[in-house]
Design a protein around this ligand. Sequence first.
Ligand code: GLY
Length: 359
Amino acid sequence: MKQVLKVKIGDEKKYNIEISDDGFEKLNQALGEITKGQRRLVVISKKVYDLYIDDLDFDDDEIFILKDGEREKNIKNYLKIMECAIQRGLTRKDVIIAVGGGVVGDLAGFAASTYMRGIDFIQVPTTLLSAVDSSVGGKTAIDLKEAKNIIGSFYQPKAVFININFLETLDDRQYMSGLGEVLKYAFIEDSCKYPNPLYLFEFLTLGCDKILEKEPITIIRMIEYCLNLKIAVVNQDEKEGGLRKILNFGHTLAHALETITKYKKYTHGEAVVYGMFFIIQWAYEKQYITYSYYRLSMELLEKYGFEPLEAKYPVEKLVGIMKKDKKAGSDKITFIIPTDKKKVGEIQLAPEDVEKMFE
Ligand code: GLY
């Protein structure tokens, strides 16, 4: 089965996203066709390399292997990729391909966006998290020790190939992390202004068992629904001037939790789930949402085995991190909060009011 989604941002930026469960020979063929006549540099995650290199049609000398983990998304690796591109003789007409999760995609995408002022870039996401979020929408970045994603660009890929066979070897924790981002879309669907209702909330509620079993057709549909919503949002607001902020539902607390634990304790999706539990609870207490929607929301998250955060962190430190978050834009801290069933809105709170949220 293959689904093709079309992205069109403005008049110039158009690309296809293919989601399929075809064998890897089809992926090789598609990559071969789309990069015909181009020199390629393939930035590939070490784990994916170890598991799949025999299935993938890449030459040894076009491969750059990247160790796994957020810490690898650094300036040293960025420079190494640049040097590798120079050594391989890549010109402006050539292409960088990212094969891996969000770290590989963000780093390789940033390299592609800056090498010779920008060359073609293709995403082959191999984790659920990168398939439903980071591989689509054009955010690329590297981290400095002071801040995550602090250097980056908006740079749309030429194509995205999602082959769900890669998910078979994804460990349970990483799969659940991806589901954290998937669940986010259920809470924001009606604010994405996608023209037709997708009923993602209901789909995720009813399809839970099949999704947890990684049933291929259900997984393809689930990724398709999430990306339809993401594309709708990015089409309206590529550079996060407004609407795109809704994709950060659950993320204000999530980023603070990831930072305070130095990215070692929680996966990104786990942190987002804690952020969603927190903000849904708060929105209910402040009467932004009804009791029945609050319960439905909690039940959806709990159905997937998620629970609210139990660990406690110093509130002033969490709020201090939120203040530094580059998305804040002012002295205030931005939260995306639920306002109605499947709808969210933005609020800005003063740091002292955020401290009160934790009481
Ligand atoms: N990951 C959120 C976004 O792409 O805007």
